[in-house]
Design a protein around this ligand. Structure first.
Ligand code: 13P
Length: 253
């Protein structure tokens, strides 16, 4: 799976021209699941444009209730209604800017699953935690916290996004090396095996986020435990997103 996290970018008109272009570029992609996660305001436009294509739709957040007096929030049923199959949950920007905790992410993930929306659950350590040698403990604790009470992992996607590697387009921020990322992905798979079982651990998709780009996508995707990418800045232009999708497709040949 290669998923685009557009974050707070793209008007509906911009999204429209992007999708017109991307659809043509990826029409022959058959092994890789392509997911676009636009901001809420562009979901409707993108949904209409990707009908009958090989592209799926995801949102970037949701509130954990079906409906209610909760001004300014969006429910999983609304996301289903507008065509979403996926929802990104617990992105580090939501954790750091809005104070979301593993418990919040867990509530959202359980409610999403109840509404048959598949969560892409983000985890990842900060630079301080990495420097303190705390990465594996943080990852395990986030996974356990976010997955509490989720009995069936079918369709749940995990995204490992080391906070120190998320660039937002800043060329000075360096991504994890494929070896560094593989080590943590393998650890994530073993924690999932501890919580669930071997079959679940083998089948769960673990995406890498934290600057997957055309330059490093093939090497990252060649790692045995990297099953795809959650792409930020490089997903904002069809010409930089397409080579990442093509690298994913080739890695499965
Ligand atoms: P960048 O690809 O801009 O580093 O962002 C990664 C990310 O946060 C994806 O969710």
């Amino acid at each position: 799976m290669i998923a685009a996290n557009w974050k707070m970018h793209m008007t509906s008109a911009e999204a429209g021209s992007y999708v017109t272009d991307l659809i043509k570029r990826v029409k022959d992609i058959s092994r890789t699941e392509i997911v676009l996660c636009p901001p809420f305001t562009a979901l409707g436009t993108v949904d209409q444009m990707i009908a009958h294509s090989n592209i799926k739709l995801g949102a970037q957040n949701m509130y954990p209730a079906e409906k209610g007096a909760i001004t300014g929030e969006i429910s999983p049923l609304m996301l289903k209604d507008i065509g979403c199959s996926y929802v990104i949950l617990g992105h580090s920007e939501r954790r750091s800017i809005f104070g979301e905790t593993d418990e919040d992410v867990n509530k959202k993930a359980r409610m999403a699953m109840e509404c048959r929306l598949l969560p892409i659950i983000c985890i990842g350590e900060t630079l301080e935690q990495k420097k303190a040698g705390d990465t594996e403990r943080v990852i395990a604790s986030q996974l356990k916290g976010c997955l509490t009470g989720i009995g069936d992992m079918e369709g749940v996607v995990i995204a490992y996004e080391p906070v120190w590697a998320i660039s937002g387009g800043d060329p000075d921020i360096k991504p994890a090396t494929p070896e560094e990322a593989q080590k943590i992905h393998s650890r994530i798979r073993s924690v999932i095996q501890e919580i669930y079982d071997k079959d679940t651990a083998e089948s769960v998709l673990i995406l890498y986020g934290g600057s997957m780009k055309p330059e490093n996508a093939a090497d990252l995707l060649a790692q045995p435990d990297i099953d795809g990418g959650l792409v930020g800045s490089a997903s904002l232009k069809p010409e930089s997103f397409e080579p990442i999708i093509t690298a994913a497709e080739k890695s499965q040949e």
